[in-house]
Write a protein that binds this ligand. Structure first.
Ligand SMILES: [Zn+2]
Length: 187
């Protein structure tokens, strides 16, 4: 069994973009600690303009990263009438751009909009135990209301990763998972 967590749409910001959006040297305030490493949901939100439509109140996830990345869902892509590629976090080359409106400024990004590919976080030790390696695609069954098996869950191996699968809100809704739950690994 593996804990399954649900990611709502959110944005990661580079320090450079954060400086423009919130003011030079601005430090994000932690609202809630997240399961992986130092990740936290910040108190701050930003508004986004993409394909001439606006989405307000996108949650910032800290700490700052090398590159700004916006993670939306398929449901958002239908509403925006925009093709958004499914990518693993950090792989943003050639993805759509967007505009970010913060309380102190505006940033225009040429790329960085993805739908996050579902994935499993695992430490090197546990990966060895399960005979998994980075980039493996596994399946996870979850949801009691509408039991669903998700295939092509990409394995992400890194020291310090907490054994957890991440799916987005669309996927959680598909299987009737409301907050978070557990899934069964199919190896
Ligand atoms: Zn994750």
């Amino acid at each position: 069994m593996v804990p399954v967590e649900i990611s709502a749409r959110h944005i990661h910001l580079s320090q450079e973009d954060s400086d423009i959006l919130f003011g030079k040297g601005y430090q994000l305030k932690q609202l809630k600690k997240l399961s992986q490493g130092a990740d936290f949901a910040a108190e701050e939100t930003v508004d986004i303009e993409v394909n001439e439509q606006e989405i307000r109140g996108i949650r910032v996830v800290g700490p700052s990263r090398a590159e700004t990345q916006l993670e939306l869902t398929f449901a958002d892509s239908y509403k925006l009438k925009l093709d958004i590629p499914v990518r693993l976090s950090g792989n943003i080359a050639g993805t759509p751009g967007f505009r970010i409106i913060g309380r102190a400024g505006v940033v225009v990004k040429k790329e960085g909009l993805i739908i996050a590919k579902r994935h499993l976080h695992i430490s090197p030790e546990e990966a060895e135990k399960y005979a998994m390696k980075k980039g493996d695609l596994i399946s996870i069954t979850c949801g009691e209301l509408r039991k669903t098996t998700f295939h092509d869950v990409e394995v992400r191996v890194q020291a310090g990763f907490k054994f957890t699968a991440h799916i987005d809100v669309d996927e959680a809704n598909a299987c009737g998972l409301k907050v978070c739950g557990v899934g069964r690994l199919i190896l």
